[in-house]
Design a binder for this molecule. Structure first.
Ligand code: ATP
Ligand code: MG
Length: 653
C-alpha cells in the first residue's frame, strides 16, 4: 500500500492537507516561512542564492531597482551550465542518472545520461559552437524535438555565454523564421526529423526554408531518424561529426548575474508572441528553489515535466530547475497517446516516476477515457502531481487527484508565466492546502495582491487585477528583446511602476490563497457585475457530459455584456435540453447574472500549441469582429470554420 501524502480536511469536502508523513519528508513544512520571508525579502533571496547555487564571485548589491529595470545579485558571477552539471560531477552524483530519455517508437532503446555523460556531451558541444564562431552574447536558435540534445544544446550555450532561444519543434517554418529574424541568431540547431505518433516529421525541411535570407550562418543537424535531407556545404554540419573533432573540456564562461541566459517567446494566447528576456543569476535562483520546494525534490525522485522544451515550463522544469538540483529527469519524445492512450501511464509505471507535472489540457483529454484505463497501470510510485498553464476546473482537479494520484498525492497548481521564469503562486507540498481551483499562496519571498483599476488593494473575495509588489521576484523578466516600449507598456505602465502587472484576474480567500479567474481580457461586465470566464467554465464543466468549455463576453445593448458559452461534449450531440441543463448548472453554481445568453456545441476549441484555449478568437467571432488577430500560434486552425458556422459569424466592415 502506497503512503498517503495527503489527508482530507475535516470540515471542507474536497480540500486536502499534507499528511504527517509528507510533512516529515518535505523540505518546507512550517508555514512560518511565509512571514519570515516577508520580513526581509531581499535577504531571504540572498540566502537562497547563496545556499542553492555556486557563484564564482559574490554580488556587491543584492537588489537594485532603476526604472524600468531591476537587477538581482549585481556584479555576482556564475555560470548556469556549471550549476547544472559541473557541480554534480564533483560529488557522488557523478554517475547518477541526469536524464532518462524515452523515445517515441516502442522498439527503440531508452537512453540514460548520467551527470558525467551530460558533462562530456555539453563540453564537446560547447566547443563545437565555439568552432563555428559563436561568442558570448550571440544568439543561437534551438529547433529540436524532445531529445537529450535539446538540454545539451541549451547548457552548451549557457556554458559559453551564448543566448539561446528555443522554438517549439511543431512550429511552422514561418514561425521559426520570425523568431530567427527577431533575435538575429547566428546558428540554428535542429534535427533531420523526429517521430510524432509514428509519423516522420521533416524538421530539416522546415529549417531550410526558415533560414533563407536570415542572419543564420550555420545549421547544426542532429541525426535523429536518418531520413533523407538536404545538407548545404559549408553551412550545415551534422552534430555527431562536428563534436567528434572537439575537445572534451570547455571552460565555463564567467557570466554576470545580469547577463542574458535566454530569450523565449510567449505562447501568443492574447496576441503576437513577445521575446521575453531572462537573466542568469535571478532566473537560476528561482528555477532552483521553486523546483526543489514546489515538487519537494529529493535525490531518490524521478521528475517528469511533460511540457515541451519550447515553453518556459520546459526550460525551467525540464532543464534548469531539476538539473541544478542534481535530480533525475525523465524526458519523453513523443505523443501522450502513442501507440495507445496508456503510454504516459506505462512510462510512469516503468520508470517509477515520483513527480509528475502536466497541463489541464492533457488532463481534460484523458478524462474522456473514463477511469478503468488508469486502473491498469501501477501508478503507486507517484508522490506529487503538478499542473500549469490554465486554471484547472474542479472536475478535472478531482479526476486527476483520484485517477492518477490515487487520492494520495497533493496537486500543486502552479500559477506563473513565461515572464516570471519560475512558478510564483502555488501551495507547497508540506504546507497545503490542496484545494481545487485555488493555486495557493505566493512563493515565499514574493508578494502578490489583487488591486482595482486605480491600484487600490482589494480584500478577500474581491476580484481584480493580480499584481506583484516590489521587490520583484528574481526570476522575473529583464526586458522584451529589442522592444523596451513593449516591456514598459505591457508590464509597468498600467500601475505606473508600482507593481508588476500580470494581465490576469484573481481573488484570494481569507487565508491568502489565490484563485485565478482568467485573463483580464476575459473578464466580463454583465449588468454591472464582474464575471470571469474561469468561474462560469468551472460551473459548466461540472456537467457530467461536458469535456471542456470556454466562455466569452458578447456585447449587449441592455446588459453591456453577456456570457456566451462554447461547449465540447464527452459524447453525443448537443440538444436544447442539454443546453438548458448546462444553463441550470451555471445558475445554480453562480447565480442568474452568470446565465449564458447562448450555448454553442462545438467539436473543438481553438488552442495554442501549448494547449491553452484562445478565447480572444471566440470573442472576436461572437462579436463579429473583422480582425481575429494573430493566428500563427494556433494548434487547430481547422476548428475555426466550424465555430464560425455554428455562431453565424458575419464580420462587420
Ligand atoms: P501571451 O502572453 O503571448 O498571450 P500566454 O500568456 O498564454 O501568451 P504563457 O506565458 O505561456 O503565455 O502563459 C502564462 C499565462 O497562462 C498566465 O498569465 C495565465 O493566464 C495562464 N496560467 C498559467 N498557469 C496558470 C494556472 N496555474 N492557473 C491559471 N492560469 C494559469
Ligand atoms: Mg501572457
Amino acid at each position: 500500500m502506497a503512503t498517503e501524502w495527503v489527508v482530507r480536511d475535516e470540515k471542507e469536502e474536497n480540500v486536502f492537507w499534507p499528511s504527517s508523513e509528507m510533512k516529515k519528508r518535505a523540505w518546507v513544512s512550517d508555514e512560518k516561512i511565509y512571514d519570515d520571508a516577508k520580513k526581509d525579502q531581499i535577504k531571504f533571496w540572498e540566502k537562497l542564492a547563496e545556499d542553492g547555487l555556486v557563484w564564482f564571485k559574490k554580488w556587491d548589491k543584492a537588489y537594485v531597482w532603476e526604472k524600468p529595470y531591476f537587477k538581482w545579485f549585481v556584479n555576482g558571477e556564475l555560470n548556469a551550465c556549471y550549476n547544472c552539471v559541473d557541480r554534480h560531477v564533483k560529488t557522488w552524483r557523478r554517475n547518477k542518472a541526469a536524464i532518462i530519455w524515452v523515445p517515441e517508437p516502442i522498439d527503440e532503446d531508452v537512453k540514460v545520461l548520467t551527470y558525467y555523460d551530460l558533462y562530456r556531451e555539453v563540453n564537446r558541444f560547447a566547443n563545437a559552437l565555439k568552432k563555428l564562431g559563436v561568442k558570448k552574447g550571440d544568439r543561437v536558435v534551438i529547433y529540436l524535438p524532445m531529445i537529450p540534445q535539446v538540454q545539451i544544446a541549451m547548457l552548451a550555450c549557457a556554458r559559453i555565454g551564448a543566448i539561446h532561444s528555443v522554438v517549439f519543434s511543431a512550429f511552422s517554418a514561418e514561425s521559426l523564421k520570425q523568431r530567427i529574424e527577431d533575435s538575429e541568431a547566428k546558428v540554428l540547431i535542429t534535427a533531420d526529423g523526429y517521430y510524432r505518433r509514428g509519423k516522420i516529421i521533416d524538421l530539416k525541411r522546415n529549417a531550410d526554408s526558415a533560414v533563407q535570407g536570415t542572419t543564420i550562418k550555420n545549421v547544426i543537424v542532429v541525426r535523429r531518424i536518418g531520413n533523407d535531407i538536404n545538407m548545404v556545404k559549408g553551412r550545415d554540419y551534422f552534430w555527431d561529426e562536428i563534436v567528434k573533432e572537439c575537445d572534451g573540456y570547455c571552460e565555463a564562461e564567467k557570466m554576470k548575474s545580469q547577463d542574458i541566459l535566454f530569450i523565449l517567446y510567449t505562447s501568443g494566447t492574447t496576441g503576437k508572441p513577445k521575446g521575453i528576456i531572462h537573466d542568469t543569476g535571478g532566473y537560476l535562483t528561482q528555477a532552483h528553489w521553486t523546483a526543489k520546494w514546489d515538487f519537494d525534490l529529493h535525490d531518490d525522485d524521478v521528475f517528469w515535466c511533460t511540457a515541451d522544451i519550447g515553453w518556459v515550463t520546459g526550460h525551467t522544469y525540464a532543464c534548469y530547475g531539476p538539473l541544478s538540483n542534481g535530480a533525475t529527469l525523465l524526458v519523453y519524445e513523443g505523443a501522450p497517446d502513442y501507440p495507445d492512450i496508456g503510454r504516459w501511464w506505462k512510462i510512469i509505471e516503468e520508470f517509477g516516476v515520483t513527480t509528475f507535472y502536466t497541463a489541464p489540457t492533457a488532463i481534460r483529454m484523458f478524462i474522456r477515457y473514463g477511469e478503468d484505463l488508469f486502473k491498469r497501470y501501477d501508478l503507486s510510485s507517484l508522490r506529487i502531481l503538478g499542473t500549469v498553464g490554465e486554471p484547472i476546473d474542479t472536475d478535472a482537479w478531482l479526476w486527476y487527484f483520484k485517477n492518477i494520484g490515487g487520492c494520495r498525492c497533493p496537486i500543486i497548481d502552479t500559477w506563473w508565466q513565461t515572464e516570471t521564469g519560475g512558478t510564483l503562486i502555488n501551495s507547497l507540498p508540506g504546507i497545503g492546502p490542496f484545494k481545487p481551483t485555488f493555486a495557493g499562496k505566493s512563493f515565499p519571498g514574493t508578494v502578490h495582491t489583487v488591486v482595482d483599476e486605480d491600484g487600490n488593494e482589494l480584500g478577500p473575495g474581491e476580484v481584480g487585477y493580480l499584481v506583484q509588489k516590489p521587490p520583484f521576484a528574481p526570476g522575473l523578466l529583464h526586458g522584451v528583446w529589442k522592444n523596451e516600449k513593449k516591456y514598459i507598456e505591457e508590464y509597468w505602465e498600467k500601475f505606473n511602476f508600482r507593481y508588476y502587472y500580470t494581465s490576469d484576474g484573481a481573488y484570494y480567500d481569507e487565508d491568502g490563497n489565490f484563485r485565478l479567474t482568467g485573463r483580464v481580457d476575459d473578464v466580463m461586465k454583465v449588468a454591472g457585475h464582474r464575471l470571469s470566464s474561469a468561474e462560469v467554465e468551472d460551473a459548466i464543466d461540472e456537467h457530467p457530459n461536458v469535456r471542456e468549455s470556454a466562455v466569452v463576453p458578447r456585447k449587449d445593448e441592455i446588459k453591456g455584456e453577456v456570457p456566451i458559452a462554447f461547449v465540447v461534449l464527452k459524447h453525443g450531440e448537443g440538444s436544447d435540453s442539454l443546453k438548458k441543463e448546462i444553463i441550470d448548472f451555471v445558475v445554480k453554481g453562480i447565480g442568474p447574472t452568470a446565465k449564458p445568453a447562448e450555448v454553442y456545441f462545438v467539436s473543438d476549441l481553438p488552442k495554442t500549441r501549448s494547449g491553452k484555449i484562445m478565447r480572444r478568437i471566440l470573442r472576436g467571432i461572437v462579436n463579429n469582429k473583422k480582425e481575429l488577430g494573430n493566428l500563427t500560434t494556433l494548434m487547430n486552425p481547422e476548428c475555426i470554420d466550424e465555430i464560425k458556422v455554428v455562431v453565424g459569424y458575419k464580420p462587420l466592415e
